[in-house]
Design a protein. Structure first.
Length: 163
């Protein structure tokens, strides 16, 4: 099993959205028996809470399923994860500093690095939490734009992983 974990700050907006969208892409590609997808937050403020109602609304409106409970990312998880996807540069920095080894730090990547249309200046998925529903819709658009490239990369990694 190849394991991917999406990470944002509180695990109620961006990372559960990315988890739901990517899980749908994985299932549509017929890879759901080979790839496990989940999410977490760099902080534990919302542990046990469901996704933000605006996240749920945007996901359901776009036809994505979600069943989410927030949790905080733990350094010990690196041992069982193959890829850790940060939603912005701050998460990338925090996750790499949590990594117990250089090999674990190398597992951390930015989501938008998989979006061929994103420029070097557009690395972050902006945090929609303090804004309007428009921010959540933009978040979904950015996640959807990066998901095909991420799926291609994970598909290749799974081939190597299972070879």
């Amino acid at each position: 099993m190849y394991r991917v974990c999406f990470v944002c700050t509180g695990n109620i907006c961006r990372s559960p959205m990315a988890e739901s969208v990517f899980r749908a892409h994985v299932a549509q590609a017929g890879l759901d028996t080979l790839i496990e997808v989940d999410s977490a937050g760099t902080g534990g403020w919302h542990e046990g809470d469901g996704a933000d109602p605006r996240t749920v609304s945007v996901l359901e409106g776009a036809g994505y399923e979600q069943d989410h409970r927030a949790r905080q990312f733990r350094s010990s998880w690196f041992a069982r994860l193959d890829l850790v996807i940060a939603l912005d540069a701050g998460h990338l920095r925090d996750l790499r500093s949590l990594a117990p080894t250089p090999q674990d730090a190398a597992k951390v990547r930015l989501l938008r690095s998989y979006d061929p249309a994103a420029t070097a200046a557009e690395t972050d998925v902006p945090d929609p939490y303090y804004g309007s529903l428009d921010g959540f819709e933009e978040c979904l658009e950015l996640v959807e734009a990066a998901s095909p490239g991420l799926l291609d990369a994970v598909r290749e990694a799974v081939k190597e992983h299972t070879a």
